[in-house]
Ligand binder design. Structure first.
Ligand code: HQG
Length: 180
């Protein structure tokens, strides 16, 4: 399968399954699921070529496993990263180690003041390891890695979740729990 096509398709799926389903007149249910037949029909209607084989390939081989089918593969959704309001039915989990957040220097002053906020997404995204956080931060420039005292936050009543593709999610991280 052509790498450019699969990457473009992944980006397009991120757009319509996380942020703007209306761009192709697609409806997501309250849990973020799109009907697979409908997704394929609507993509093609809006001149984004998609068929079952390509969709299957992108879901299976996506570098971050961004998308997941339901059991009988009639529905598909993004596993995290939404800006639209949907209920992902995430399981609450207890973090037992520090977690990491990759960002860039220009945001540090604001983060020192307000902590980490979800900005345009539904959650603050955290990583289990530094390497992943470095990749996340590098999307915006030279990465700055923040260490989050997640066990202490949990003790203090903050909730944590892990998405189906292994991203740690929480609603906010007050500055007091961040090591800069
Ligand atoms: C920053 C990608 C100012 C925050 C990645 C980040 C991830 C603040 C940016 C996923 C702030 C938000 C999410 C505050 C946070 N003041 N800036 N108080 N609090 N920020 O993209 O974590 O490829 O919404 O540091 O790999 O960068 O899309 O979050 O720089 O998993 O699957 O505001 O997106 O995954 O940016 O990335 P984002 P993120 P995908």
């Amino acid at each position: 399968m052509n790498e450019k096509i699969t990457k473009d398709t992944s980006k397009f799926l991120s757009l319509v399954l996380r942020h703007a389903p209306e761009k192709i007149d697609l409806t997501l249910d309250e849990n973020g699921w799109a009907n697979v037949d409908e997704l394929i029909t609507q993509c093609n209607k809006f001149h984004k070529k998609l068929d079952y084989a390509l969709l299957d390939y992108v879901v299976e081989n996506n570098d971050k496993k961004r998308f997941a089918f339901n059991e009988d593969k009639t529905k598909i959704r993004a596993s995290q990263g939404h800006s639209i309001s949907i209920e992902l039915e995430l399981k609450e989990v207890e973090p037992i180690h520090f977690l990491y957040h990759g960002t860039v220097y220009k945001f540090i002053q604001a983060i020192r003041k307000e902590g980490l906020q979800k900005m345009s997404r539904q959650h603050v995204h955290l990583s289990q390891d530094r390497e992943t956080a470095i990749k996340v931060g590098s999307r915006r420039g030279k990465p700055v890695i923040l260490s989050i005292n997640a066990p202490k936050m949990y003790q203090d009543g903050f909730k944590f979740y892990i998405s189906e593709n292994g991203v740690w999610l929480t609603n906010e991280v007050p500055a007091a729990y961040i090591e800069f």
